[in-house]
Design a protein. Structure first.
Length: 98
């Protein structure tokens, strides 16, 4: 029997999922929207909140125009990116759990 996942747990798992996707390959907001199905505002909040869990993420500007570029993970902090990759499907399931 599946137990309900708390709102805080879903938010934490969402951050780990987004960090994994960003670390795996360059993503901008549009690519993350397509990969996750999450709304743009949710993704923006999630990326901004990565620092709250110790993950350093930055936007890498490419080209002269604002917003041309991608996100990059600079430091995973206390998190093990190999563990996140190995448990990505479980994390994704927790994000979708209501």
């Amino acid at each position: 029997m599946n137990q309900p996942v708390s709102k805080q747990r879903r938010a934490y798992c969402r951050k780990l999922c987004v960090a994994h996707l960003i670390a795996r390959e360059p993503h901008d907001l549009r690519a993350l929207e397509a990969a996750t199905g999450m709304p743009r505002r949710t993704l923006q909040d999630c990326i901004a909140d990565l620092a709250d869990i110790g993950i350093a993420c930055e936007f890498v500007q490419q080209g002269p125009k604002h917003r041309h570029g991608h996100y990059a993970i600079r430091d995973w902090g206390d998190h093990d990116p190999r563990w996140v990759a190995a448990h990505f499907d479980d994390l994704l399931a927790a994000v979708g759990a209501q």
